[in-house]
Design a protein around this ligand. Structure first.
Ligand SMILES: *[C@@H]1O[C@H](CO)[C@@H](O)[C@H](O)[C@H]1NC(C)=O
Ligand SMILES: [Zn+2]
Length: 414
């Protein structure tokens, strides 16, 4: 991704800051007037007790930064390389095991170093759902021509975000599966908080972008190869006439892009320090929700907060300024929540961005924040996992027996 202007002198820094605040104020006022236009979703805030349950669910948290998924991802994996294919195969194997729908978009593009083959990987829990929450990260690492620079790993950029998404998918799958089986047996939960039939209309999709990195210097044509390809492809793929969005007779007709509630893009995470500000007024509320998840986890001592890292989620409402995989989607009207540390980690684009740059407490904290955020977004309740549907029918049986004449007699006889 491309950096905001490099701020060398404090006075320039201060000037720019003031300018940003000024801009922010202007935009805030303007955006306030359009607030009703921002489609908010009902967040299903979980009780502290449920949050605690949720962090205890499988998979267990990491014991080291090199174990599990992260261990498989921490290799040089520039687009078009053999290692890049190995990483693709690994990601694919994780989702195949979980039973998610897979879509690959292989394509060739011209880069400053020649023709390169790229492949985006797209995983969807329920491909028939009309809407989706999209979480994304890039799995390629930056290419460098010479040794030793070509050993660049990109642990925060973006092996750790990819690993977090794999972990999240493993965590969500049993919850989503039990909802799915309840719904297909006509037992979807329906009460004042949950209407599962309706909730299940929004599924989760995880997009792993290839070719985020520039081969030389970041330009409009040398960067985000995968994201540019996908945004364009999706814009040109119209929904079937049976799709619910087609009932609204939109002009132009709705494309795959219209099925995206929001694209949450993770980048440059996993080191001790993080500072996440909100860049888009349309998704300020999602930033607030994620900060709230972090605050509640802190309050209940369910995460370890490293020294000086209490405030990962800043309160500055900034304007866009960081070029990354979201840009071609943003340009096409998709809502974006950019979860990127700004300023970037100090190891950014150096050989130091390897396993030693990662922090175990930070990874665990992200893992838990993402669990709470996605469950509250999708309306998933940790108490409904596993045996809920079985337990429910047993409860019902007990109730029926309770009311049966035989049972009444037995009770009277006692
Ligand atoms: C591929 O990954 C291995 C580590 O598994 C590494 O030693 C090797 O240098 C990488 N190859 C390239 C071309 O980067
Ligand atoms: Zn990078």
């Amino acid at each position: 991704m491309i950096y905001l202007p490099n701020l060398k002198s404090p006075s320039i820094h201060l000037f720019l800051f003031t300018f940003l605040v000024f801009l922010t104020c202007i935009t805030c006022r303007r955006e306030d007037q359009h607030k009703s236009g921002h489609q908010k979703r009902d967040f299903h805030t979980l009780s502290n007790e449920k949050v605690k349950k949720l962090v205890e669910l499988d998979p267990p948290q990491w014991n080291s930064v090199t174990e599990g998924h992260l261990g498989k991802l921490l290799i040089p994996r520039a687009s078009g390389s053999e290692n890049n294919t190995l990483v693709q195969n690994y990601i694919s194997s994780v989702f195949t095991k979980l039973g998610w729908h897979e879509e690959k978009t292989p394509f060739t593009d011209t880069t400053p170093i020649g023709e390169i083959e790229f492949t985006n990987l797209i995983y969807t829990f329920d491909p028939s759902a009309p809407r989706k929450l999209v979480l994304a990260a890039h799995f390629d690492s930056k290419w460098f021509p010479d040794f030793p620079a070509n050993q660049f790993i990109g642990a925060t950029d973006s092996a750790a975000p990819v690993a977090l998404l794999l972990h999240l998918a493993e965590f969500l799958t049993p919850l989503l599966n039990s909802r799915k089986s309840r719904i297909s047996s006509g037992n979807g939960i329906l009460n004042e908080i949950y209407d599962e039939d309706e909730l299940a209309e929004t599924t989760i999709q995880i997009v792993m972008f290839d070719g985020e990195e520039a081969f030389r210097d970041w330009t409009n044509t040398d960067s985000i190869y995968g994201a540019r390809y996908l945004a364009e492809t999706w814009q040109e793929t119209f929904l079937p006439s049976s799709h619910p969005l087609n009932r609204r007779r939109l002009s132009p007709p709705p494309s795959i892009l219209n099925t995206i509630d929001v694209l949450v893009l993770l980048d440059l995470l996993g080191n001790k320090h993080a500072k996440i500000n909100s860049f888009f007024r349309e998704t300020d509320w999602l930033h607030d929700q994620m900060r709230s998840a972090d605050e509640r986890l802190q309050h209940d001592n369910l995460i370890e907060v490293e020294k000086g890292e209490k405030e990962w989620f800043g309160r500055l409402k900034l304007r866009g300024g960081i070029g990354d995989d979201h840009v071609p989607f943003l340009a096409r009207g998709v809502s974006i929540f950019h979860v990127i540390s700004n300023p970037f980690p100090s190891v950014w684009h150096t050989l130091k961005d390897d396993a030693t740059a990662l922090s175990l407490p930070a990874l665990r904290r992200w893992n838990r924040v993402l669990r709470v955020f996605t469950c509250e977004y999708l309306g998933l309740d940790p108490d409904t996992i596993d045996t809920r549907s079985t337990k429910r029918s047993v409860d019902e049986l007990v109730r029926i027996l309770d009311q049966s004449p035989v049972d009444q007699k037995a009770k009277e006889g006692r």
